[in-house]
Design a protein around this ligand. Structure first.
Ligand code: HEM
Length: 472
């Protein structure tokens, strides 16, 4: 167990706060949310609709799996995250519409196809390593930003194929602006107003950025259509998808929405999980060294490949523990079509219900020392001893993240390549502040000091005893 005050970097509030709603909505969940099974968050009565919060594996299982058909996506999530660019995507589709869209892209996520992408994951990690090697020694590096670049280069290749080229820096800069307004959009949505049409601080900048993102996505689609040959990447699957029942193909609006959706959902979440993993390993040097040793044992000096990635057991445990403490998506929302009950609790029709992953993953009744970092929580024995749905970073049930297998292989490959090439250290005096937007992001990135480990130095670092843990 490794403890650090930054692992719970705020004090949960007892009362609603406009400021916290915009800056860090995780503060709004009171201490009881880390102890109870269910509670109702009343917000700023009488202005704001109440939301029902589940923090219990059995209740989550009932809503997301056993009775999934009764609970479509909730109106708050839809209002918060959907805009003209993405509202026709798989993420927001329901019923038969959702089913055929999901089926259309499923082949891209078959295990054998994901394993075939492992060399791509490793190449993208190595490109990042080269960039870091060229950076001035000893200068802090924002690993969160770097991981966005790395995972975007991965998703670009998976969605658009190897030959795709577009202005990634510009796309990511616009995305940062568009997603940066989510705090305000949350407040607007909670007030019952439409975030796409209600001005708030940063509204015009965010709207202009969203327009540029849409233009860039439309251009990608047009370029692909101008090509003569068919391709089997994710965009190729979207273009050739045909509903087996109606025979219809995707409209332009659905194609743009899904192309954009995969580019964004397919890199932002993995980037955030990798950023937190590197930061947690920089805090816990013993785990960092243990991971480096595992990589040396499994892969030697070889590039991580399809045959080695699945043997990186500890790498996966580190990633899982990082996503427990800092789940990239902090909550999964639904709402009942009819007035109903879940367990002993009443759920009124059309009222949002959230499985609050942030609190579920830190629940005092489910986890020992819930705010401490301990990758061994994900050893096979400990996993077996826990309720299966105590841990849900990818959601669960029919709408479980379609990219889960993709992300796990991608992140294990990248993490292994990076810890083999560098030692990661925290910056003394740096204090963490959370600023969650679309994902659970820190304010101002995650600056770390990187020390290259090459050849003899890497061996020497491996031979060195692991530094003592600061607290256990
Ligand atoms: C660490 C990485 C990731 C995390 C933590 C994550 C998390 C999630 C969560 C919590 C959901 C909502 C599930 C629900 O509503 O029950 C979701 C849905 C989704 N994710 Fe991911 N995701 C990750 C990576 C990816 C990747 C790599 C892709 C694509 C390549 C992707 C594409 C999607 C899509 C399309 C959906 C909507 C699925 C549907 O509604 O049927 N995600 N993800």
């Amino acid at each position: 167990m490794f403890h650090d005050p930054d692992f719970l970097p705020f004090t949960p509030r007892e009362k609603p706060s406009f400021r916290a709603t915009v800056r860090n909505f995780l503060e709004l969940y009171p201490p009881a949310a880390y102890r109870e099974r269910f509670f109702v968050l009343r917000g700023f009565r009488p202005l704001v609709a109440k939301t029902n919060i589940l923090i219990d594996p059995e209740l989550a299982e009932e809503m997301l799996i056993t009775r999934a058909d009764e609970f479509p996506r909730d109106v708050l999530t839809v209002r918060l995250l959907s805009g003209p660019i993405n509202r026709d995507s798989l993420f927001f589709a329901e019923g038969a519409e959702w089913k055929w869209q999901r089926r259309a892209v499923a082949p891209a996520f078959r295990h054998e196809n994901l394993l075939a992408l492992v060399p791509t994951y490793a190449e993208c990690a190595r490109a990042q390593i080269e960039e870091w090697r060229d950076a001035p020694a000893g200068e802090p590096v924002d690993v969160m930003r770097a991981m966005s670049n790395t995972t975007f280069s991965v998703i670009e290749r998976a969605v658009l194929g190897a030959s795709a080229s577009f202005d990634r820096e510009r796309f990511l800069a616009n995305l940062g602006v568009a997603l940066g307004s989510i705090g305000w959009r949350r407040l607007v949505a909670l007030l019952g107003l439409p975030p796409n049409w209600t001005p708030h601080p940063g509204y015009f900048r965010a709207t202009a950025a969203a327009r540029r993102l849409r233009d860039a996505t439309v251009r990608l689609l047009e370029e692909r259509r101008a090509e003569s040959s068919e391709r089997r990447d994710i965009l190729g699957l979207l273009l050739s998808a045909k509903d087996p029942e109606s025979g219809r193909v995707m409209t332009d609006s659905e194609l743009v929405a899904n192309l954009y959706g995969f580019l964004v959902a397919g890199h932002e979440t993995s980037a955030v999980a990798l950023g937190w993993s590197l930061w947690l390993l920089a805090k816990d040097q013993a785990s960092q060294q243990r991971l480096r040793d595992e990589v040396a044992r499994v892969a030697g000096e070889e590039k991580i490949g399809p045959e080695t990635v699945e043997r990186l057991v500890f790498a996966k445990q580190v990633l899982q523990e990082a996503m427990r403490l800092f789940p990239p998506a902090a909550a999964v929302g639904r709402q009942p079509r009819e007035d109903t009950m879940i367990g002993p609790y009443k759920l009124p029709k059309n009222e949002p219900v959230f499985v609050l992953l942030w609190c579920l993953h830190r629940h005092e009744g489910l986890w020992d020392e819930p705010h401490a970092f301990d990758p061994d929580r994900f050893s096979p024995e400990q996993v077996k001893a826990r309720h299966r749905y105590a841990y849900l970073p990818f959601g669960a049930g029919p709408r479980i993240c379609i990219g889960m297998g993709f992300a796990l292989l991608e992140m294990a490959t990248i993490l292994a390549e990076l810890v083999r090439a560098f030692r990661f250290d925290t910056i003394p005096g740096h204090r963490l502040e959370l600023a969650p937007s679309f994902t659970t992001r820190p304010k101002g990135g995650l600056p770390l000091i990187l020390t290259p480990l090459t050849g003899a130095r890497a061996k020497a670092a491996r031979a060195e005893p692991a530094p003592a843990r600061s607290a256990a």
